[in-house]
Design a protein around this ligand. Sequence first.
Ligand code: C5P
Length: 314
Amino acid sequence: RRRTGAVAVHANYKPNAVQLFSPSKINLFLRVVRRREDGYHDLASLFHVIDLGDYMEFETMPYALQDTLECSDPTIPTDESNLVIKALNLYRRKTLQTMYFKVKLTKRVPHGAGLGGGSGNAATTLFAANKLMGGIASNEDLLQWSGEIGSDISVFFSNTGAAYCTGRGEVVEDVSPPVPLDTPMLLVKPPVGLATPKIFKSLDLARRSAADPRGLLDAIAAARGVDQAAAVNDLEQPAFDNLPELAALKERLIESGQFRSVFMTGSGSTIVCFGSDAVPAFLKEEPQYKDLFISPARLITRKPNGWYEHSGLW
Ligand code: C5P
């Protein structure tokens, strides 16, 4: 196209507003290392950001005395218990800014899913607030601060979108993406969600895997993919105890023979089918599976100095 020197300005362009994709994550493996004095658990987990996500709009409200959050899902609270509001409070506290924001959140990521949808919203909110306030905090600041309001928010500030996470999950070590980003995957989640605290509480430490987490990381990087033997998630046992249908669903997905590996992400209840995004026939044919959430997904990385973008149409 010929350059005219004129700058095209979108009709809805607002210098005090920003629209962003808010991604979610999966755990390619998750080992629980120990139960801590403070009630949390030390983990060793390979996280990867994925392109299933929500849509968020932010606007500064120079004369407002509080934030407003509108959410497309009426079952999600929009008060201070929402991580979006917690993220805005955190940002103001850390930067001594007094700005309030209007946030519109259009949800696509299911909750109680082990996909970190709410954590992704919190990370996206910190990034957006900082962008609208002129970028006064660094990416490293946002990563560090985010650990104060949740364990799996920091990972979204990883430079690669792939991170080996330890501590509660908030200690982030970037790794170069161990698996090709275009690896197809299918996410399958029963209508019942699982509450993270309950799953951690019902974990029987004696029934954990003995696999060395660094060994799992090396195996996945060497194989350029997740084989079933490396797809370890110590939270599957308590999740399956709470929801026996989930164990049966995982077995059926393995038996379909369509996937390189099948494993639960986070504290569930989403099952990741790795290596193909074709929906197995039994899920389409059997009425007991008619209410499942089913979505293809891809791994994504963050743009340097920017934010995540969905890899396809949405
Ligand atoms: O940190 P976050 O608020 O996401 O954690 C939710 C709950 O999950 C915690 O209150 C805790 O019960 C459990 N949890 C844990 N160990 C972790 C992360 C979360 O026990 N590493």
